[in-house]
Design a protein around this ligand. Sequence first.
Ligand code: PDD
Length: 286
Amino acid sequence: MARWAYVNGRYLPHDRAAVHVEDRGFQFADGVYEVVTIVEGRFADLDGHMERLGRSLGELRIAWPMAPRSVEFILRELVRRNGIVNGSVYLQVTRGQAPRDFRFPEKARPTLVVTAKRAASFATPAQLDQGVSVISIPDIRWARRDIKTVGLLAQSMGKQQAAEAGAFEAWMIDPDGTVTEGCSSNAWIVTPGGVLTTRPPSHSILNGVTRLALLRLARERGIPVEERAFTLEEALAAREAFLSSAGTFAMPVTRIDGKPVAGGRPGPVTMALRQAYLDSVAGTAQ
Ligand code: PDD
């Protein structure tokens, strides 16, 4: 089946989809993005992703390229054209095309790009059975990590370092020794006392849409929850550890820097939350 993308008003064959060389996304990483997962034909948390997109745009004073409802229509249309049942859509909005100048252009039309991708599966049996490993690295990013910008070089370097170490993800560590988050995911532990713990939203992390859904599902199930920063040492001594994002949902972490965590096995809270999340996506009316 042919693969389609959307660029500024047009559906195009994926390999011919392009933006201008003076697009500010290309020149300055002056743009924001979202990744939305599709599970069995249903968007996971589409409203949450659209809401966060609006927030990211607002923080950077980039206008919506069109009404949010119209963006949603394009997402659905692209999923349909690409015949996606399980997969993801990637949407990016930049400040638009303008002669290179650090200051914001007065008249630029925001660029909207949407691509779509199939997923053969969201996790391998080994990942669910044995969990994944993470490494720890210093957090070298800028101070507004709450905005989902396309300025992802620090995360790209971190992921590359993780891959070269045979790990799935890198957890980034603040100078105070606390874990901020993964390069493309939020970080969680269950403490020895059974408290589900994840860093509170601030400028230090991206407030994951999956993170918010998991917190809600945990509270509904009466799981004790605390939103606070935790250290790497706490993670190493935790009862469970996991990461979350669109597409990984809740993924068990069983090794940190080569050391086993939680006895090296996925924990029950992690796996129950993963299932609860998938159930909630399946049960959502769309
Ligand atoms: N990344 N933290 C960071 C730095 C992220 O890049 C992401 C998502 C998350 C989790 O957010 P959410 O639950 O809304 O996906 C946390 C996406 C998946 C990406 O860049 O591909």
